[in-house]
Design a protein around this ligand. Structure first.
Ligand SMILES: *[C@@H]1O[C@H](CO)[C@@H](O)[C@H](O)[C@H]1NC(C)=O
Ligand SMILES: *[C@@H]1O[C@H](CO)[C@@H](O)[C@H](O)[C@H]1NC(C)=O
Length: 133
């Protein structure tokens, strides 16, 4: 096969079986601090070759408790039988002036067989202890 034919063929295969997975992540954030604090939340799919960013948000606050609610979409190429492996990477300056980074444990979500709107994934983030529980 010529390269161009091969490329077209690949597009056809992927085009037929790929479908969208909608994700929503929500929860509360706790930060006891005298100063305003800033946070960046990235939700990534860790088992792909390059960490795939599904959703992200960043903001600053003066409050002790804040909520977050972010949505994102990840394509499932349907070629591999595997799970979504989802992790949050949280960067913040709640208790220090320099940025602190921590990650939540990896959640495995079985790949559905068609386009799916997944149930909201709830995760509390305590920035004082860097504990995701
Ligand atoms: C925090 O409060 C100060 C003083 O009221 C205000 O100037 C600042 O914009 C606030 N910061 C955020 C991120 O809300
Ligand atoms: C966090 O970063 C913001 C923006 O740079 C700054 O205003 C705030 O004072 C910092 N908070 C702490 C605890 O250093």
């Amino acid at each position: 096969m010529k390269f161009s034919t091969c490329l077209l063929f690949s597009f056809l295969i992927i085009g037929v079986v790929s479908y969208e997975n909608k994700f929503r992540f929500a929860g509360t954030i706790l930060c006891k601090s005298d100063k305003p604090w800033c946070i960046r939340i990235r939700v990534i799919e860790v088992d792909s070759l390059i960490d795939d960013e599904i959703a992200a948000d960043d903001f600053c606050s003066n409050e002790t408790t804040r909520t977050y609610d972010i949505e994102g979409v990840d394509e499932n190429d349907g070629l591999l039988d595997r799970n979504f492996e989802i992790q949050m990477v949280v960067t913040h300056n709640c208790s220090r002036s320099t940025d602190t980074v921590f990650k939540t444990h990896i959640r495995r979500i079985p790949l559905p067989k068609g386009p799916t709107e997944h149930a909201t994934i709830r995760q509390h983030l305590n920035l004082n202890t860097n504990n995701p529980q």
